[in-house]
Write a protein that binds this ligand. Sequence first.
Ligand SMILES: Cc1cc2nc3c(=O)[nH]c(=O)nc-3n(C[C@H](O)[C@H](O)[C@H](O)COP(=O)(O)OP(=O)(O)OC[C@H]3O[C@@H](n4cnc5c(N)ncnc54)[C@H](O)[C@@H]3O)c2cc1C
Length: 413
Amino acid sequence: MDADLIVLGGGAAGFFGAIAAAQRTSPRHVVILERSAQTLAKVRISGGGRCNATHACFEPAELITRYPRGGLALRGPLTRFGPRQTVDWFAARGVALKKEPDGRMFPDTNDSATIVDCLERAAREADVDVRLRAAVVAMTREADAFTVTLQDGETLRAPRVLLATGGAPQGHALARALGHTLVPPAPSLFTFEIADDGLRGLSGLSVPQARVRLLLEPLSRDGAAQFSQIGPVLITHWGLSGPAVLRLSAWAARELAAARYVADLEIAWITRLKPEAILDVLAARKRNTGGQHVGTQSPFGEIPLRLWKRLVARSGIHEAQIWAKLPRGNADALVRTLTGEVLRIVGKGQFKEEFVTAGGVALDEVDFRMMESRVCPGLYFAGEVLDIDGITGGFNFQAAWTTGWIAGQAANF
Ligand SMILES: Cc1cc2nc3c(=O)[nH]c(=O)nc-3n(C[C@H](O)[C@H](O)[C@H](O)COP(=O)(O)OP(=O)(O)OC[C@H]3O[C@@H](n4cnc5c(N)ncnc54)[C@H](O)[C@@H]3O)c2cc1C
């Protein structure tokens, strides 16, 4: 045997798994095979270079609601190694994670290199062998061992293998070759391209508490409630972004892929007031500033003036219209636009801060107590190679740490 455990992939999940396995009471020989010239590439660029390593949500029951796919399967694992343990793990190695007001946790240096250095140092101290430019192209299993073949033809043998190849198709192919079912990949966490010329000029404006609702049938009832999200919405050059849009893109990743990213989106620009209350505000304007043009000033603090002007025009109200003479029909149309404007999504934009792949190794074929394959004993999985993905906020790394740690513990026996 060339190692006790071979880890395929030197990303967050592979490193965590390798370190956990090598650090057990009886030291084992663990090898990481990484196809590129650099380990932990995504950790380096993550969180805009700051690495949003986890989220300050310490209740597993709540935490799992942040995973459009895989939350239920993660419940047990998160009880054993969740954000609390992540914070402790890094603290024990000299890295303090600090919490931002929205719950995201970053190293207190605000530099992802701190996380990378910590993982690399921990791997060195645990005598993990890291081999770069070692792309695995094939893997077979005989009675007592796996044979892993590298691109240059070299083979390595080990009784256990941890597959932590992220969203890479090659890793999926390796899992399939050993009998696993793959849920087809689909991007998650993206922005919406919107067909509306009026929006384009408003790039950079945002609304703090909008509701975006996708007018698409969810594939399963479980996801239905999540097709409506409330939160900040940002207008971009191409359409819409912001936390509420990204969350919606994650929950509807499969449906939007099936619809080829063409769908109707209903947006309520105002959510703090009911339609009747909005009508009251408009009526007050009529009484108090009757001589003013409707588009001169936004009566709602959350709607920036330029967006207000567009919404007024969208409601069929003429530029020269004054409040005092605003017909009831126009006021009703304005309320409808403010609380339920329908926009057309015509494509998928990119979100550079954090994007993940939905899909991967089917979860019912994995024993989450050990992260071991139910199909091929001795084969373990961790990270994004699995059909697990979270919304933005540090949940994706947490899934990598959690599954990596459990696989590493289990794969050591
Ligand atoms: C720009 C960006 C920013 C992000 N920011 C955040 C963030 O702040 N917080 C957060 O929680 N998540 C973030 N994410 C998501 C997060 O990076 C991933 O969920 C996480 O990296 C998954 O870890 P992993 O180890 O499973 O996969 P990866 O990090 O993708 O690692 C897999 C490794 O396997 C290697 N590999 C693949 N195939 C083979 C093969 N055949 N042989 C050998 N090696 C192979 C790859 O080269 C890679 O190094 C971000 C993602 C991106 C793209």
